[in-house]
Design a protein around this ligand. Structure first.
Ligand code: ASP
Length: 290
């Protein structure tokens, strides 16, 4: 039994400047890329291929097209977890595919997490310097900046101005379970801020019972140690029930999961979440009535 599920963030897609079909196509292409890698490789290959595809799509908030911090830079977070091993990067600049750097942290070092300059110079052993800032993100940054007092350390009080998600993640199953998440984080976050995505058991987790990837306001996901807590509750609780229970006060969250029996689940408490599943080669994805 081989299955892959991906997400491209939770939020209100009707507010996007882009057509919903573009998101749908993005997650469908990614889940197909993940499934193809699962057939020729393993669950880890699947999640890395799926997430790389979403990182290369400027529509999503990861890799190319990631949102900018208060200094106007992309600082990316990403993580992979597989067979009890993990690799993560935080506040990583100028790399095209942060998820691939995270995988190398897992495969090629004795560590689990590299951040900032150290993560960048580690990544440069394999990859070229890359500028992931798109013109669209730069324009939005200029627009948001006018609402924002530079140096303000409380981005949250202005969060309604720039609550836009699009973080990406993937979970795969072929007997083994793997999870990966990648993000630029939150618009105008402070330099050096690390979110939930690269923190084990928060935005990403793969254990004996299930693998999960989450999206939403990272600080809330971290405080509830969301993914590991839900992992421990599955399969007695559904992902939906666990999400309702744990993030009742964080109405901007979504997650995907596959448990060790191969049951695929997704849940979100926003208007929409971009997701796609590939189950035995058949792709299904989110439909939105507009
Ligand atoms: N969870 C991500 C973060 O806080 C953002 C998101 O999912 O949109 O870094």
């Amino acid at each position: 039994m081989k299955k892959v599920i991906v997400h491209g963030g939770a939020g209100d897609f009707s507010k996007s400047d882009h057509d919903i079909t573009e998101y749908k196509e993005g997650v469908e292409n990614a889940v197909q890329a993940g499934y193809d890698a699962l057939v020729t490789g393993n669950a880890l290959d699947a999640v890395v291929h799926a997430v790389s595809s979403l990182e290369d799509n400027p529509l999503f908030n990861a890799g190319t097209g990631a949102v900018l911090n208060v200094e106007g830079e992309v600082e990316a977070d990403a993580m992979v977890m597989f067979q009890g091993r993990m690799g993560a990067v935080g506040a990583l600049r100028n790399m095209r595919n942060p998820v691939q750097v995270a995988r190398l942290v897992m495969d090629e070092t004795d560590h689990v997490f590299l951040v900032g300059e150290g993560a960048y110079s580690f990544g440069r052993r394999w990859f070229d310097h890359y500028d992931p800032v798109t013109e669209e993100r730069r324009e939005k940054f200029e627009e948001l900046k006018s609402h924002f007092l530079r140096g303000d350390t409380r981005w949250k009080k202005n969060a309604h101005l720039y609550s836009e998600h699009g973080t990406v993640g993937a979970v795969a199953f072929d007997g083994d379970l793997a999870a990966a998440t990648s993000t630029g984080g939150i618009w105008l976050k402070l330099k050096g801020r690390i979110g939930d995505s690269p923190l084990a058991g928060c935005g990403t987790y793969a254990g004996e019972k299930a693998a999960l990837s989450a999206t939403g306001i990272g600080e809330n996901i971290v405080r509830s140690v969301f993914s590991k807590s839900v992992h421990d509750l599955l399969p007695e609780f559904s992902l939906e029930k666990a999400l309702k229970m744990m993030l009742a006060h964080s109405p901007e969250t979504g997650a995907i999961a596959i448990d060790s029996g191969g049951t695929v689940e997704y849940a979100f408490n926003t208007n929409n979440m971009a997701w796609a599943i590939c189950d035995r080669g058949n792709v299904s994805s989110f439909e939105v009535n507009i």
